[in-house]
Design a protein around this ligand. Structure first.
Ligand SMILES: Cc1cc2nc3c(=O)[nH]c(=O)nc-3n(C[C@H](O)[C@H](O)[C@H](O)COP(=O)(O)O)c2cc1C
Length: 233
């Protein structure tokens, strides 16, 4: 099975989120299932913005007219069994580099407008991607998920038809603090468990979910530390 890791952090290899993602992937690999992994660090690719011309729906069905790396990336996307979206939260959504990638997924869809039972609309897929599973891994700078991640989660709910698991890590900058290594290690142990569970049970078990929802350090302590460190600069 193919796992595509989309590293959407502008920090590239120095991404906090990538630390979590690598642990999750270790867990997946530890499940014993045969996996072929491919990392795509979006900063290393040339991905132009969608022009909105709809040529991929009309003139050249399924193909974008822009000649850049997206042609190769679309193939990787279509062929993947698991897609790990790894990125920091930027303004309650995804960084623009990754949003540019997402917009360029348009050739995967057909132009027709379908209607769901609840009266809402969708575009059917050009390919059978029903077995594809999405994993959203994101760190952020605040200590709360509430009033922070709602818009992004709604986008993923709609995009994947609810077919995704998530790991959200508030206080993400703490993953780089050497003094907090023991706490980081225990968190990453839970992340590894989550990766293994997904492949063995097709879900993250409630106990592991609970561990992953606990903050790295209590909110009050985090805010004091963060504000002190900014003043020190
Ligand atoms: C432009 C910008 C926007 C951000 N917006 C948010 C935000 O809306 N909510 C939040 O909690 N953190 C926000 N952050 C903090 C990052 O999500 C956080 O530092 C994250 O851990 C960085 O991860 P990375 O190293 O994987 O890029 C923002 C950071 C930047 C640079």
């Amino acid at each position: 099975m193919k796992v595509l890791i989309l590293n959407g952090s502008p920090r590239g290899e120095r991404s906090n989120t990538l630390i979590v993602t690598k642990a999750f992937l270790e867990g997946m690999l530890g499940s014993g299932k045969e996996l072929e992994t491919e990392f795509v660090t979006v900063t290393k690719y040339h991905i132009d913005h969608c022009k909105g011309c709809f040529c991929c729906w009309q003139n050249t069905p399924g193909e974008c007219i822009i000649k850049d790396d997206m042609k190769e990336l679309l193939q990787k996307y279509i062929q993947a069994d698991y897609i790990i979206w790894s990125f920091p939260l930027y303004y309650y959504g995804m960084p623009s580099l990754l949003k540019a990638f997402m917009d360029r997924l348009l050739p995967i869809n057909l132009p027709y407008i379908g209607e769901k039972e609840d009266g809402t609309n969708f575009h059917p897929s050009r390919y059978d991607l029903t077995k594809q599973q999405h994993i959203l891994i994101s760190t952020c700078g605040f200590c709360s998920v509430e009033n922070n991640y709602e818009a992004l989660l709604k986008q993923f709910d709609i995009l994947t038809k609810g077919n995704y698991v998530k790991i959200l890590c508030p206080e993400g900058e703490l993953l780089q603090v050497p003094q907090l290594k023991p706490r980081k290690d225990s968190y990453l142990t839970s992340v590894r468990a989550a990766g293994e569970e997904l492949l063995k049970h097709q879900c993250i078990l409630p106990e592991t979910k609970g561990e992953l929802e606990a903050l790295l350090v209590p909110a009050k302590q985090f805010i004091e530390m963060a504000n002190t460190s900014w003043k020190a600069i």
